[in-house]
Design a protein around this ligand. Structure first.
Ligand SMILES: *[C@@H]1O[C@H](CO)[C@@H](O)[C@H](O)[C@H]1NC(C)=O
Length: 502
């Protein structure tokens, strides 16, 4: 069943319980007198309307024309539609019309856009303005370009969530840390297929409300203090003792003041979508990485992405930024940084690594889905069925591709960019026009791939350019595997027995 939750400003009392279906049903009026009251209002309304009609007919043509010019019937209609929007908790368009006005003011003052100017004058002059139910967008203004000082490009930040309760504090701190003007960023979450008892939607709602009311930072800091931990943000797990000291120090710094001036600012608009797609498997680490089910899983994730995108993308978005919730640290200016490459590239991804316990070598590439195509993988694809999905990083599929992750040199130039064929979904910045032209995250086999890797392939086929930044790295959280946990408890036992420190 499909469920949408929207409009925090209007409805802070979100349907938060484990039994959503009941909560989402419209509530019946409870007062017993309400029927009578409603009936008398109806009669009064009809009388007023009758009077109005008589007045209009008697008042004659001149009056009627005046009314139209003042937009009175129109504004009645728009009031009604605004009320309807309010009832649905819909907020989006209020902001848009402001932007639309700003855009049209800007363009009518500029001689660079004669087409826009004449178009707008034709459609809406000052003496006869467009009704506010009509919106005009010159899509030329939303193409996505390299950032300059007067940048006002709006970004849609898309975050899919599944059983994500635990990483939400982390995710919100990463959102807040973005130095891109928050008022130019719209955020849309998709919550899907969470396990029974999982509180992702509830927690997300709570934090989102606090974020927009600028009370989130104290809330998260209080929560953080309550956690008896060894330093890494938001968790008290034993394994964190085994992460490299310098990594932990970096994380500690990343979550400490001073914060930049955008930090606590609300975002322009936030939407939360809830929809289940059905799940093939659990979210446990070993479950998730079985090659046989990867293809199916990736197609389901592709479907979820497409839903989120098509529900949230508005005509005024210039950029779409896909971001996973379980990123621990990432540079605050990641949006501006990646937008720099817009002159040559339409899709850009950073490198994604993760820390490892010291006994496993300190760090490791995380995202192997960003790669450069190889001859071996092309012949492999030719040898497969049309419906087979190649997944990266498995012995079953020796692709011999160059992975963005492995090209990394920690001392390398962060501005270096390489052409990619497949991309991973952890952090994708794409011009919105890429999607408007029809690209998506295939939920079917496309060129023997699915989801984000197929997206990379598709986008290239459409003539766009995909880039990866090998020396510009964001850090994924470390989730220990069963083996890692066993090793850790062995080390802990030894430590207790011998009382040694390491
Ligand atoms: C926030 O941004 C700063 C500056 O780019 C960065 O050093 C820090 O790691 C970021 N924090 C997080 C939590 O990513």
């Amino acid at each position: 069943m499909q469920r949408f939750v929207r409009g925090f400003k209007k409805g802070p009392e979100l349907p938060i319980s484990s039994d959503y279906d009941d909560e989402f049903k419209p509530k019946r009026p409870r007062r017993s007198t309400s029927n009578m009251v409603r009936r008398s209002f109806l009669v009064a309304g009809m009388l007023i309307f009758l009077g109005f009609v008589i007045y209009m007919v008697v008042g004659g043509q001149g009056n009627l024309r005046n009314q139209r010019n003042q937009g009175s019937p129109r504004s009645q209609r728009s009031q009604k539609s605004q009320r309807a929007q309010k009832n649905q908790g819909y907020q989006g368009y209020q902001g848009d019309s402001t932007l639309y006005k700003a855009q049209s003011e800007k363009s009518s003052g500029s001689s660079d856009f004669p087409a826009i100017q004449s178009g707008l004058t034709e459609m809406a002059s000052d003496s006869d303005p467009m009704p506010d139910t009509v919106h005009y967008f010159d899509m030329k203004n939303y193409e996505g370009s390299a950032v300059d000082k007067s940048n006002d490009q709006r970004v849609l930040l898309l975050i899919p969530l599944r059983n994500g309760e635990k990483v939400l504090p982390l995710m919100f701190r990463n959102m807040m840390n973005m130095t891109y003007n928050h008022d130019l960023v719209d955020v849309a979450f998709l919550v899907s297929d969470c396990s029974k008892g999982d509180k992702t939607l509830e927690t997300l709602s709570k934090y989102t409300k606090a974020l927009q009311q600028q009370t989130l930072l104290p809330l998260l800091e209080k929560k953080h203090k309550r956690v008896v931990g060894s330093g890494v943000f938001g968790s008290s797990d034993m394994y964190e003792k085994y992460l490299p000291e310098d990594y932990k120090e970096r994380v500690r710094k990343a979550f400490s003041p001073p914060y930049h001036d955008q930090y606590a600012k609300p975002f322009h608009n936030i939407e939360i979508f809830q929809k289940d797609f059905g799940q093939v498997i659990g979210q446990g680490f070993s479950d998730r990485h079985d090659v046989k089910i990867q293809g199916i899983r990736r197609k389901l994730m592709g479907r979820a992405r497409n839903w989120l995108l098509s529900a949230a993308l508005k005509p005024y978005h210039s950029w779409v930024y896909w971001r996973d919730a379980d990123i621990e640290t990432s540079p605050g200016d990641i949006l501006q940084f990646m937008m720099k490459f817009a002159g040559d590239f339409d899709v850009v991804v950073p490198n994604v690594w993760r820390p490892l316990p010291t006994f496993l070598g300190n760090e490791q590439p995380y995202d192997l889905n960003s790669w450069i195509e190889s001859d071996a993988a092309i012949s492999l694809a030719h040898s497969l069925d049309e419906d087979d999905v190649i997944v990266e990083g498995y012995a079953e599929y020796p692709t011999w591709r160059a992975h963005l992750a492995y090209i990394r040199d920690p001392q390398g130039n962060p501005d270096e960019i390489v052409d990619l064929d497949g991309v991973g979904g952890v952090s994708i910045l794409a011009k919105a026009q890429v999607f408007r032209n029809g690209a998506n995250f295939p939920a079917f086999t496309f060129m023997n791939h699915a989801e984000t890797e197929a997206f990379g392939k598709m986008v290239k086929r459409m003539g766009f350019r995909v880039g990866g930044l090998p020396h510009y790295t964001i850090w994924h959280i470390y989730e220990p595997s069963q083996d890692d946990l066993q090793e850790i408890s062995k080390l802990e036992r030894k430590k207790r027995r011998f009382g040694s420190s390491k």
